[in-house]
Write a protein that binds this ligand. Sequence first.
Ligand SMILES: CC(C)(COP(=O)(O)OP(=O)(O)OC[C@H]1O[C@@H](n2cnc3c(N)ncnc32)[C@H](O)[C@@H]1OP(=O)(O)O)[C@@H](O)C(=O)NCCC(=O)NCCS
Length: 180
Amino acid sequence: MQKFDTFLLKNGREVDIVFPSMEYLKAVTDFVNKLSKEDTYLSFAGEEYSLEHERAWLENILNEIKFKKNYIIWAVVDGRIIGGCDIKVGRKREEHVGTIGLMVDSNFRGQGLGEYLIRKILKIAKEAGLQIAKLDVFSDNVPAVSLYKKVGFVEYGRLPDGFFRKEKFSDKVEMYKNLK
Ligand SMILES: CC(C)(COP(=O)(O)OP(=O)(O)OC[C@H]1O[C@@H](n2cnc3c(N)ncnc32)[C@H](O)[C@@H]1OP(=O)(O)O)[C@@H](O)C(=O)NCCC(=O)NCCS
């Protein structure tokens, strides 16, 4: 287990913070499938992912991490992944820009984990030399928009009705944070 930190939830529960590895294949598959079933504000929208699909995905991710094209951290409790944050490095003329992804298991939200994870990945990204972090968020995803503003992201663009979820359109809000 590549544990590098411990985080205490507001309820006092200890969470291991780890870097991805193949040993978490089953755990990450379960995590993704739980989020997909929830049909929350993510790209997963109800589909179920097989272990084999996730194995190929994880192999690719581990390769990206090896070549410093992606930085990912997971939060683990009792062998289960309950949160994850990543920053994917841009290509060619965008190598100084990283795109953030963030998700916390619904049973563990509101306990400070999302904020911990994004602050940690921003620190890792800055240390790695990235200069800008960016992300897209649904305009009606109040918890996420509030969190991103809290940690210093600002809106730089908005595509009206750019997202469609649960029979409803919402604006795609584009936000960035300067890491310099
Ligand atoms: C967005 C998400 C990652 C937040 O994670 P979390 O662990 O619940 O957030 P935290 O407990 O660390 O909260 C940190 C801050 O976020 C904001 N926030 C979190 N939940 C909130 C809520 N229900 N309403 C309003 N603001 C909220 C607040 O600013 C909060 O700071 P505060 O505690 O000082 O008020 C989580 O709700 C999630 O995974 N949602 C589903 C997936 C998703 O939407 N990901 C983002 C895609 S862009």
